[in-house]
Design a protein. Structure first.
Lengths: 294, 294
DNA sequence: GTTACCCATAGACACGGTCTATATCTCCTG
DNA sequence: CAGGAGATATAGACCGTGTCTATGGGTAAC
């Protein structure tokens, strides 16, 4: 008989050797004793070697059987570990979740979800990659992250976009401009004050630039800053009027250190979307996180 | 779906991951592509996890799939090694052969066979355990040797006895007793000369003692020695007449340094038998050796 | 002697692994 | 842009084989 066995036979062999009894092995494997007997016989015939001594008390490995066992034992242990590991991955007791997004979204919006997820699944390692929207999209396509959280709209045939939540950008000012608090400003009037914008090529920056252009104006910031924190801080200190996401300054709006500057034209809401690869399976950790956020 | 897969699926998974293609895996495993596709699907459903990304070029491991692979790869390699090892054992390119026997049998009779066997199967390690017949029998029953080579007769229900070759014990003397060369001695006449016997409780010693008793005589050695080599050496130096196995002194008989002292009664031949455990499989190395000797 | 436990064997059945045929998708090429 | 090549997925049928029950034989222990 030739080599190239059904690997199932090794499982039977493993338990027969481990328990020293074909009957015991049968119990462990939920088989009958004749099935185990037959399986061992198949192995022995395939090798042309005897693997066990049979006696009244059970079976005992022959010299050759002991050699086989030394290999098969390790192999079976690895498979068992693999199955346990897969179960852990499935249950989110293990694994990792790699999310891409902008710094500000992480800090001001996703943080509670991340905390909640980590608390529920402490075994899952979180990897947060921040970057611009195009970078996030590239990371996704390279397989370096499992999902991306970015501002809409996104048009990319390779990506699956789930609209998640809505953010409202707005202009805010501090005490220095308190006289604007009860006013409803036109764009022209707004532009008479110093404007503070985010410096990087963010979607928010592009959106507001386009909006002013559509009304025939050009918005040129007095100050450009590199982080949402600075946008807020500069507005509070009265250096100008900042264009920020309202949800990111809810604390300041509440305690009165900032107030919203109302305009006579509507500012379009911006949507945040969750990106995954289209037609590709989503890891269970990622889908659990998406379920949590939506 | 629950855990506890058919391990055969892991073989399919291994090759699919290794080749990065279900079609290639199918070729390697002599299956069709749909079979492989189906097998992978079963695994994925059993874990509740996706293992591969499918694309137009083939398949690629997901994060979870890569985790599984890290375990399964080792496992499969071990199984492959195990199968190679078993083939080597079967072909006698590997393994060990443990033989029990008396020192003199090893030295004077089995040596050429051992050399021949070692030359034919250099990969098989030889373990030679010497001891008395009862010790050899005990070794066998304890599983410490694969076969024993001892003088017959042996009566033991647990042991399988194969008669192997025949030895003829005889009395030999050196030049000092040259006058006996052409004579045919009676037992009585023999006993007038100093006799040299093996001191240990060997079967040969027992046999000759019984023989003399059956004729009404009692044989009492002038000298007792502890090895066959000394039996020969003492006889050559004229210290007496030694009782030895003729085959062990063939060299000395040929070159004339010893001659056989002929008796007027026949000395019974002694048989050498090969012992193995009854109703227990014999290792392929052992059965190859037995085939060689007989 | 008898019991109780092992393993081996024989024969029947049913499940599932494998096949063929076909569909669908993507990439590449002319 | 159409079409071919090559990848995987799906559907359905069949055959092989792994498993079962029933039974036999052997050994150890009481």
């Amino acid at each position: 008989m030739s080599m190239g066995n059904n690997y199932e036979l090794y499982k039977v062999f493993y338990w027969a050797a481990k328990t020293g009894s074909l009957s015991q092995a049968a119990k462990v494997l939920y088989l009958t004793q004749p099935s185990v007997s037959h399986a061992i016989k198949q192995l022995e015939e395939s090798f042309g070697l005897s693997l066990f001594y049979r006696n009244a008390k059970g079976v005992e490995l022959t010299q050759e059987g002991a050699v086989l066992y030394s290999y098969i034992e390790q192999s079976q242990i690895l498979i068992t570990l693999a199955e346990e590991k897969m179960a852990a991955l499935k249950n989110l007791d293990s694994g990792e979740l790699r999310i891409g997004g902008s710094d500000s979204l992480f800090k001001h919006y996703l943080l509670p979800y991340l905390e909640q997820f980590h608390e529920a699944h402490p075994g899952v390692k979180l990897h947060l990659n921040h970057g611009t929207t195009p970078e996030i999209m590239a990371f996704l396509k390279e397989g370096r992250i499992d999902l991306g959280v970015v501002r809409m709209p996104i048009v990319d045939s390779q990506l699956e976009v789930k609209e998640s939540f809505q953010l409202q950008d707005c202009f805010v000012a501090g005490a220095r401009y308190a006289d604007l608090k009860d006013e409803m400003l036109s764009l022209e009037r707004l532009l008479q004050h110093p404007i503070i914008l985010f410096s990087r090529n963010s979607r928010a920056r592009m959106t507001i630039t386009e909006l002013f252009q559509s009304y025939g104006y050009s918005i040129k910031p007095e100050i450009e800053v590199g982080s949402v924190d600075l946008l807020i801080e500069f507005a509070r200190r009265g250096l100008g009027i900042s264009y920020v996401t309202r949800e990111f300054v809810s604390k300041e709006l509440e305690d009165g250190s900032l107030f919203e500057v109302r305009l006579d034209v509507p500012l379009p809401p911006s949507h945040v979307g969750i990106l995954t690869m289209r037609n590709m399976p989503v890891s269970s950790a990622a889908s659990a996180f998406i379920r949590l956020v939506r």
